[in-house]
Write a protein that binds this ligand. Structure first.
Ligand code: BGC
Length: 517
């Protein structure tokens, strides 16, 4: 069985049975809706914080500063406020902490209960935010939303990677990122609409409607079956085998089943995953779980996602035009994600990373130059011709689309597919928490970075894109079509990481060490 197969990195070696069945498609679709809550959050706060009524009620000093067009207020600085930033970023800190707790729940009770808990907490957060009468309620609501996101982001990518057959893993996993972008777009559209509400309650609708994606994943998770991996791990071998047959749509699942059992046995011998993950043999994966989410945030994407309306307002678009432009970037983001869905298991992860990096770099430089030419250092000029504004939006869209088929989806896919089972939950926690930490840092720093670096902000992120693209070219091996349990062979063959992988790691993975032929 497994031991006899010759592995080939190009994917032509050992293969498990597995095709796209209606069952696997539907379960992955429902699970992926967990991405909606993360996306809705990302998209909603930027729009709300650019609504006058909202600012007047909770952040009056920011409102006054924004209204004051006196010469001493630099345009780049008019939204700079610590409290306003805390509103946006508190969520990410809560998500960071909760993802560690989610790892335990996910492992002990199964993936679906983490998704369910995430959805329920999120609904409470939405209710408190929609009813907020002071800043404390706003921040408390954001913290509950963050806990919901921490649980969903911890459990959903693992669930998808475990359910998917190897050859479709990229496609099915990216369903999560697609839902993130749909959540962002829905939030942008809702903000565009609520900003036109005459009373001072439009922002309440925006914040309260977060309960809808929360309810979708909470109810959806109750319909989901557990993954075969989780069933084996929790002591239900027969149910696991039946589930594997069902998701693969085939009776020929012995080889894969045996590998899951082997991986689960390995997993049980590891008492301290956090210590284990630090071992030299896991250095390549650990490096990726830290650097990939870090780099993803240093593409600068969330400057656009959180603050597009603020940014567009800063460079002189009117209020409605600014919200409309963020609807456009939201649409481009969602559409461009589908490019990766259909190409990631064909052209591979590396090709998308490299093309995306090059395209982001070029568009960021052009956006920086366009803003510099028009606004210089003082940001004094606020009139923008239609053509100039359109050019700016086009290059921002080129940048967003490149992110949407590279670092966006791959930032969640790659870290979820490179770890051996025994430390996959720990690896996923690291990925989520590093992602949230730097999302938090960027959210915290953006308004003051814009104020100090001005148009140079775009060059700053362009510099990081150069570094991360070179990093991928040199250090990330291709993982497309490779069964998760065979991933150590990929590292072993890599010119740099090969020396970190001892031979016994390969034997154990292949099942030779434990299962008699
Ligand atoms: C990132 C988010 C980002 C989103 C944009 C996700 O993969 O983790 O930080 O806002 O993509 O679509």
């Amino acid at each position: 069985m497994a031991g006899g197969a010759v592995f080939n990195v190009s994917g032509a070696g050992k293969e498990y049975k597995g095709k796209m069945t209606v069952f696997v498609f539907l379960t992955c679709l429902v699970a992926a809706t967990g991405g909606l809550i993360f996306g809705y959050d990302i998209g909603i706060s930027g729009g709300v914080t650019s609504m006058d009524n909202f600012l007047l009620k909770f952040f009056p000093s920011v409102y006054r500063q924004q209204q004051k067009h006196s010469r001493d207020t630099n345009e780049y600085c008019k939204f700079n406020s610590d409290l306003l930033t805390l509103f946006t970023s508190s969520l990410y800190l809560a998500a960071l902490v909760s993802s560690f707790f989610a790892a335990t729940v996910t492992r002990a009770f199964g993936r679906k209960w983490s998704m369910f808990g995430g959805g329920i907490t999120f609904i409470f957060g939405a209710a408190i935010n929609g009813a907020a009468v002071n800043v404390a309620m706003l921040i408390l609501g954001r913290i509950l939303l963050g806990i919901g996101v921490g649980f969903a982001n911890q459990s959903v990518p693992v669930y998808l990677s475990e359910m998917a057959p190897a050859k479709l893993r990229g496609m099915l996993n990216i369903g999560f990122q697609l839902m993130i972008t749909i959540g962002i777009l829905a939030a942008n559209l809702i903000n565009y609409w609520t900003a036109q509400i005459r009373g001072d309650w439009g922002w309440r609708v925006s914040l309260g409607l977060a309960a809808v994606p929360g309810a979708i994943i909470a109810v959806g998770s109750l319909l989901l079956p557990d993954t075969p991996n989780s069933l084996i791990e929790r002591g239900y071998p027969e149910a696991a085998m039946a589930m594997l047959r069902r998701v693969r749509g085939s009776d020929d699942i012995q080889a894969e089943y045996q590998d899951l059992v082997t991986a689960s046995n390995d997993s049980k011998t590891v008492k301290h995953p956090w210590k284990n993950i630090l071992q030299r043999r896991n250095r390549p994966q650990l490096t990726m779980a830290v650097l990939i989410p870090f780099f993803q945030q240093f593409t600068g994407i969330n400057v656009i996602m959180f603050y597009a309306p603020v940014l567009f307002k800063t460079v002189g678009f009117g209020g409605q035009a600014a919200l409309m432009s963020s609807v456009i970037t939201g649409l481009v983001n969602a559409l461009a994600t589908t490019v990766s869905i259909f190409s990631v298991d064909r052209v591979g992860r590396r090709a998308l990373f490299l093309e995306g990096g090059a395209q982001m770099l070029i568009s960021q430089i052009i956006v920086g130059v366009l803003i510099a030419v028009k606004f210089g250092v003082t940001g004094a000029e606020t009139e923008l011709s239609k053509g100039y504004a359109a050019m700016l939006v086009i290059f921002i869209c080129l940048y967003v689309s490149a992110f949407a088929w590279s670092w966006g989806p791959l930032g969640w896919l790659v870290p979820s597919e490179i770890f051996p089972l025994e430390i996959r939950p720990a690896g996923q926690s690291i990925n989520v928490s590093v992602n949230m930490l730097f999302t938090f840092i960027i959210a915290e720093a953006f308004l003051s970075m814009l104020c100090h670096l001005k148009f140079g902000l775009f060059f700053f992120f362009a510099g990081w894109v150069v570094i991360m693209t070179i990093f991928i070219a040199l250090f990330l091996p291709e993982t497309k079509n490779v069964p998760i349990e065979e991933m150590s062979f990929v590292w072993k063959k890599h010119w740099f990481w090969g020396k970190f992988i001892p031979d016994d790691a390969l034997r154990a993975r292949r099942g030779d060490a434990r299962s008699p032929k």
